[in-house]
Design a protein around this ligand. Structure first.
Ligand SMILES: Cc1cc2nc3c(=O)[nH]c(=O)nc-3n(C[C@H](O)[C@H](O)[C@H](O)COP(=O)(O)OP(=O)(O)OC[C@H]3O[C@@H](n4cnc5c(N)ncnc54)[C@H](O)[C@@H]3O)c2cc1C
Length: 460
């Protein structure tokens, strides 16, 4: 029986499983689709995500698929220079999401169980029973990373307040059979207008279109080549010709967030916990950061070494981060509205972003570098994570009783670094308090670990 079940083999679910396995847990990922997807919603990794993936040794497998290193992010299409960000990776990586997911999946110990859509969830005091692909699976915990239309969220009746979609957009990967002279062939930052075209590998182009026709058609309507052609002709003139639509989907600007990320033994992460207009390149990165925040806390809970309230600190730390992204993306959506008032606001914001301090603040936010939590003094990007998911204490003596949870290293600049790379203590008094707060009591004072019990009919 696995310690944890993960619903959804998107980037969030896969990285959560990776983090849990790294910490020594048995994990089973349940995925609805029969095969890994080759379609990519997201095309970019923000600097904080690149830091985390590099630290986990996952970046090397992604790098061959990187099409561009963009020294900027964007705020509703307005370029935001990243070059002076305090990171080794002051750029966005232009890479298709499917390659990020594949690189993580390749490193899992237990293969993803595919063709296994979650259809029922029951929980009791000792564990969860999840029905997926017609079979029951039992574990101590469930991580719901099953995307923006999360079945687990629906099954649990979890409150998902926010605003409904007011606009409708189409994303499509296409082959062009004719293109107008002067169409850029290099990877570039998105523009805010309909008909943005980005060259992908293998002669494909990514486009996002939104016009009157998209607002009129229902969300369930299939996207046709004719619809994409009409939108691209409107944006680029008569010389553009769509040869083939390889993949297309409709999306909107609904902005919603779970009230609580934890429902008993079920924890939500990624798009299952928060949805918003994908502007500014934030969603995938939020999910990856949810995963690294949750992984070590849930692992410690399963092992019985968690400090009081540690698992609940996942919601406390990550909910405000996504709430802020929802504010940012809603503001960006307003800036993109094609009307004179929005154009006036856009002009003012463009002026403000020319002020270096304002630009630096927005860059830090979009890149994920600004993310911090109460009691944390910063990121420790020069302290590689421990291979087994333990925390790392640099340049200080570890009191007796924590060696199973904290690796010690020599070095200058004393720091206690959580497994997600955030500094929980940076010298001076308070080391023992920080150890207790984040890693629980010393071994001798620890209660026995809990274990989930199996129930009749559960097959894993
Ligand atoms: C057009 C577009 C462009 C975007 N561009 C960017 C960008 O540039 N940068 C960025 O950061 N973000 C971007 N995003 C957002 C980003 O793609 C998502 O935030 C990201 O995919 C979230 O990952 P996830 O793993 O949480 O969810 P998903 O990627 O949705 O994965 C969920 C997984 O769960 C599976 N699943 C669903 N239901 C079940 C079930 N019942 N049982 C089992 N499995 C199930 C699905 O098959 C899927 O594999 C974009 C989104 C869109 C729509």
């Amino acid at each position: 029986m696995p310690d944890v079940l993960v619903a959804g083999a998107g980037p969030t679910g896969l990285l959560t499983a990776f983090e849990l396995e790294r910490a020594g847990l048995d994990v089973l990922v349940l995925e609805r689709d029969a095969r890994p997807t080759t379609q990519s919603k997201a095309l970019g990794l923000q600097p904080r995500s690149v830091e985390v993936l590099a630290d986990r040794g996952l970046l090397a497998a992604i790098e061959p698929h990187v099409q561009a290193k963009l020294p900027a992010g964007h705020f509703s299409g307005l370029p935001i220079d990243y070059t002076d960000l305090p990171t080794c990776f002051p750029y966005q990586l232009g890479v298709e999401q499917a390659h990020v997911a594949a690189a993580i999946e390749a490193r899992l110990r237990t293969p993803v169980l595919r063709d296994a859509a979650v259809t029922a969830v029951a929980q009791d005091d000792e564990g969860v029973t999840v029905t997926a692909g017609g079979r029951d699976h039992r574990a101590g915990w469930l991580v719901a990373a099953d995307g923006g239309r999360s079945t687990v969220r629906t099954l649990l009746g979890a409150a998902f307040p926010g605003t409904p979609a007011r606009i409708s957009l189409v994303v499509a990967d296409i082959r062009l059979s004719a293109k107008p002279a002067g169409l850029a062939d290099a990877w570039q930052l998105p523009s805010s207008g309909s008909g943005y075209l980005l060259p992908l590998s293998g002669g494909r182009h990514r486009t996002i279109v939104f016009g009157e026709e998209q607002q009129r058609l229902g969300r369930g309507e299939p996207v046709t080549a004719g619809e994409v052609q009409r939108a691209l002709t409107a944006a680029h003139g008569p010389d553009i010709e769509v040869g083939e639509v390889l993949w297309a989907s409709r999306f909107g600007d609904a902005a919603r967030q779970l009230e609580r990320y934890r429902h008993g033994r079920v924890l939500f992460a990624g798009d299952a916990a928060h949805v918003h207009l994908p502007v500014g390149g934030q969603g995938l990165n939020l999910g990856l950061q949810d995963a690294v925040n949750l992984g070590w806390k849930l692992a410690a809970t399963v092992r019985g070494t968690a400090a009081d309230g540690l698992l609940d600190s996942y919601h406390d730390e990550r909910h405000p981060v996504a709430a802020r992204v929802l504010v940012s993306t809603r503001a960006q959506a307003v800036l993109g509205v094609p009307d004179p008032d929005a154009a006036a606001v856009r002009e003012v914001v463009t002026g403000l972003l020319a002020v270096p301090e304002a630009r630096r603040a927005v860059a830090a936010e979009l890149s994920g570098i600004a993310v911090t939590y109460p009691g944390i003094t910063g990121r420790a990007t020069d302290v590689p994570a421990a291979a087994d998911g333990r925390a790392v204490l640099v340049g200080a003596a570890l009191p007796a009783g924590w060696a199973d949870r904290v690796e010690t290293r020599d070095g200058a600049g004393p720091r206690l670094v959580r497994p997600d790379g955030y500094v929980a203590w940076a010298g001076g008094p308070g080391l023992a308090e920080a150890l207790l707060r984040w890693f629980g009591p010393p071994a001798a004072e620890r209660p026995a670990p809990e274990r989930a019990t199996s129930t009749a009919g559960a097959t894993t």
